[in-house]
Design a protein around this ligand. Structure first.
Ligand code: ASP
Length: 327
């Protein structure tokens, strides 16, 4: 049984130089050739290369295309799938894939923080770990995963929390689901996965415009009001447990009458609350004004979920119910 490897570019594939900086150019065969131990995996790798790009250039449509191709691979008998890409957007792409991935076979994302021209490049070790996770019976049923630095993270929880460290990927709310130890995949936690989001129309998804606004100290309402019109939804990254300056509360309430507005926290860990604080601009006030509670979802993941739901044609009630399930 094969492991299918999809390569999308990113630092893991960045060698050679253009204008003094590295650019994505290595293909899957080059990546595999740099990994000692891959031949002992017990499963051949079947490589499918996409044009290598920095992950800042990836699109929702491309990731859904990857999911379709990965689905075809597992329907054709692949034991699991690995996707390599840039790390910058990996926390979003992996979550997008996870939301629609319907198979028990693992879909494992990885990349590298150090490019192949640097001492201690981490791409080969990450690729080997990802391939091991893709073939591990213990990783079945966990959805899309991120294998990095010999840790296994749920796409649902993982964050990129450092700009250069090889240990950049952490799951602040849940910790890693498991570890790769002496080549063995040890899964410690098996979170429940909500059923996949279905009915996503790629054109409707492309057209769905979701804004993300991070609230900051002493902010007036004009900037926020300026984000509209032309948006189909908004994610607000509020202070702490989901608070905004009181001047913003009526503006958010008015927006929430027109489009779904999801409340999240800008802190990087923990949940927004529902009913603890009562001031104007508090989480309870914003809830009364019609904002949807993002729960434990960070702003970036909330934006992925909201846009996907809009792409699936979900109405307000369905969006609120989905955030209650996923948040
Ligand atoms: N800028 C790169 C990218 O996301 C960073 C990386 O791959 O680590 O494509």
């Amino acid at each position: 049984m094969t492991v299918v490897l999809f390569t999308l570019g990113g630092t893991i594939a960045m060698a050679g130089s253009v204008g003094g900086g590295v650019v994505a150019r290595l293909a899957g065969a080059d990546l595999i050739a740099a990994v000692p131990g891959l031949a002992d995996l017990g499963h051949p790798l079947d490589v499918r290369d996409a044009p290598p790009v920095p992950s800042a250039n990836l699109t929702y449509r491309q990731i859904l295309g990857l999911v379709d191709a990965a689905s075809a691979a597992v329907n054709g008998g692949a034991v699991g799938v690995v996707a390599t890409q840039g790390t910058d957007t990996l926390e979003e792409t992996a979550y997008l894939a996870d939301l629609v991935w319907p198979h028990p076979e693992p879909l494992v994302f990885t990349g590298a923080m150090r490019n192949p021209t640097l001492a201690g490049a981490d791409g080969p070790a990450n690729l080997l770990a990802a391939a091991r996770v893709a073939t591990a019976p213990a990783a079945r049923g966990l959805g899309a995963l991120v294998a990095f630095h010999d840790e296994v993270h749920a796409a649902r929880w993982v964050r990129k929390t450092h700009s250069t460290s090889t240990a950049a990927f952490v799951s602040p709310n849940a910790g890693p689901l498991g570890h790769v130890v002496e080549g063995e995949v040890r899964v410690l936690t098996r979170p429940q996965r909500p059923p996949p989001v279905t009915g996503v129309d790629p054109d409707r998804l492309d057209a769905a415009r979701v804004a993300l606004h991070t609230v900051t100290l002493d902010e007036d309402a004009d900037q926020l009001a300026g984000l509209f019109p032309g948006r189909d939804g908004l994610v607000v990254a509020g202070f702490g447990v989901g608070h905004v300056p009181s001047a913003l509360a009526p503006v958010l309430g008015e927006l929430a009458e027109r489009v779904p507005v999801v409340l999240t926290s800008r802190t990087g860990a923990g949940s927004v609350l529902r009913r603890t604080y009562g001031a104007v601009g508090s989480e309870a006030d914003l809830r009364r004004r019609g904002l949807v509670n993002g729960g434990l979802l960070d702003p970036y993941k909330a934006k992925v979920l909201l846009r996907l739901l809009l792409g699936a044609g979900a109405d307000r009630a369905e969006i609120a119910a989905a955030f209650a399930r996923h948040g």
